[in-house]
Write a protein that binds this ligand. Structure first.
Ligand SMILES: [Cu+2]
Length: 463
């Protein structure tokens, strides 16, 4: 049922029904427990005339089922593992209960093959989120284990269509299969991560979304790629940016948006033409990602196209009393890391790379999910002061909290609201400021999933 719901949403852009009848939708999703099964599936993602691809998917669907709730609901999901390797689900961006955060060996035991784990947690925030495998994510996400999670709010601006675009770039071989030989490639791990060669939105190549004439559309863009920083361009149209990483921001007119892995952006777009092309333009060579087409059979929008009204984003508190956690990030190819501490011993980068597949360090130590980098008092204000002293961009993600981004560097375009993932350019210095109001063990890591596996991740303990 959920899969069909998602396909309806994806193929027809269907949310008119959804936008008009939010109460019945709420009753629909809240009354049930969601069943999510991770398993192997063959599905066509490589386009017409291409063979099906062997994927690892949730509920045999690419992406996994759309989980749609209302703010204040409780998400209940029984997650069964039909793979032959352990897995977990992380609910990205959710200010979750720590024991539901889905980090294997830190917040829960891995879900072994044949086992089921029950996730259950309240949804305190509305917005666009996603869920994905967090055990060996560099492989499990690359094979397709992810899906969208959207939380509606009574105060969301009314729209004719609410369309979720889950964007991924896959690395496929000539037979349309996941390029397996390069899974775990040391080159990827030490450079930009696993970049793909085939772009899909909602598992489809250049899908078309049908909308009403003069429709007002909410587009929820999610970058589900392992490592590709995408720039999504909306033709030459102007849209209103309304949320980043699920959280409300100051409305802003934009034509394109940069999305690092795991980042989301919501825009409201008033359709002023018959066809609008979506392109991914990060390489300078526009890649056709999809189209939005007016279908006269759907009628004409009756919504007034007033300026979008949003609540103000939460204000940054005074930083007079702030706990500072400096993080000096080093490593990778073309970097300055000579050696780093790993498992209690100082080791050369060459030895780390060749014997342990570790390539990155925070403050001179290879990051480790089992090691607590800082003990933080509950409810204190914290500033993670990060210096990206590497030759690569990194998408830094904090679990369980949303942060403000600050920088002394006037060239850094700061977000007007909070985020949960921040794209750091090489040599950038920024501060990620957050209220440590969620007790537990929380990861802070790069969301280029190869970097995370190769040492770019640490644990913050809040209690
Ligand atoms: Cu990184």
């Amino acid at each position: 049922m959920e899969r069909r719901y998602f396909l309806t949403l994806a193929a027809a852009g269907a949310s008119s029904a959804l936008a008009l009848t939010p109460l019945s939708l709420s009753a629909f999703v809240s009354a049930r427990q969601t069943q999510i099964t991770a398993g192997k599936t063959r599905l066509n993602i490589a386009g017409d005339g291409q063979p099906d691809t062997d994927l690892w998917l949730y509920n045999q669907s690419c992406p996994g089922p759309m989980l749609r709730y209302r703010k204040g609901d409780i998400l209940r999901a029984a997650v069964r593992n039909n793979l032959d390797v352990p897995t977990t689900i992380h609910w990205h961006g959710i200010r979750n209960l720590n024991e539901m955060d889905g980090v294997p060996d830190l917040t829960q035991a891995p879900i072994e093959p044949g086992e089921t784990f029950d996730y259950e947690f309240p949804l305190k925030d509305s917005g666009t989120y996603w869920y994905h495998a967090h055990n060996m994510g560099w492989e499990q996400v690359a094979r397709g284990l992810y899906g969208p999670l959207v939380i509606d709010d009574d105060d969301d601006p009314p729209v004719d269509h609410d369309i979720c675009l889950m964007i991924d770039d896959w690395r496929l071989d000539n037979d349309g299969q996941i390029h397996q030989a390069s899974l775990g490639s040391l080159h990827d791990w030490s450079h930009a991560g696993r970049l793909g060669n085939w772009l899909t939105i909602n598992g489809l190549s250049a899908p078309s979304f049908q909308v009403k004439q003069k429709a007002r559309i909410r587009l929820r863009m999610i970058n589900a790629a392992n490592a590709r920083v995408m720039t999504m361009q909306l033709d030459d149209a102007q849209a209103t940016l309304v949320a980043l990483d699920g959280a409300v921001c100051q409305p802003e007119q934009i034509n394109k948006i940069v999305l690092a892995p795991a980042q989301r952006a919501d825009v409201i777009l008033d359709m002023d033409r018959g066809t609008l092309k979506l392109s991914e333009v990060s390489t300078g060579e526009p890649y056709p990602a999809g189209t939005i087409n007016v279908d006269p059979a759907l009628g004409v929008s009756s919504l007034t196209k007033a300026a979008v009204n949003l609540p103000a984003p939460p204000k940054l508190p005074s930083l007079k009393k702030v706990r500072r956690i400096p993080i000096h990030m080093q490593g990778g190819a073309m970097g300055n890391l000579q050696s780093a501490l790993f498992e209690g011993k100082e080791k050369s980068l060459r030895e780390l790379a060749q014997q342990h597949k570790k390539l990155w360090a925070f403050n001179g130590a290879v990051g480790d999910y089992r090691e607590i980098m800082a003990e933080i008092e509950l409810n204190s204000l914290v500033s993670i002061d990060v210096y990206n002293d590497t030759a690569w961009p990194h998408a830094m993600h904090l679990h369980g909290h949303h942060f403000w981004v600050l920088s002394d560097d006037p060239t850094v375009a700061l977000p007007s609201g909070q985020r949960d993932t921040w794209l750091m350019q090489p040599q950038q210095r920024i501060s990620l400021v957050f209220r440590a109001d969620n007790p537990g063990l929380w990861l802070f890591h790069c969301h280029m999933l190869e970097h995370a596996a190769a040492g770019m991740g640490v644990v913050l303990s809040i209690n």
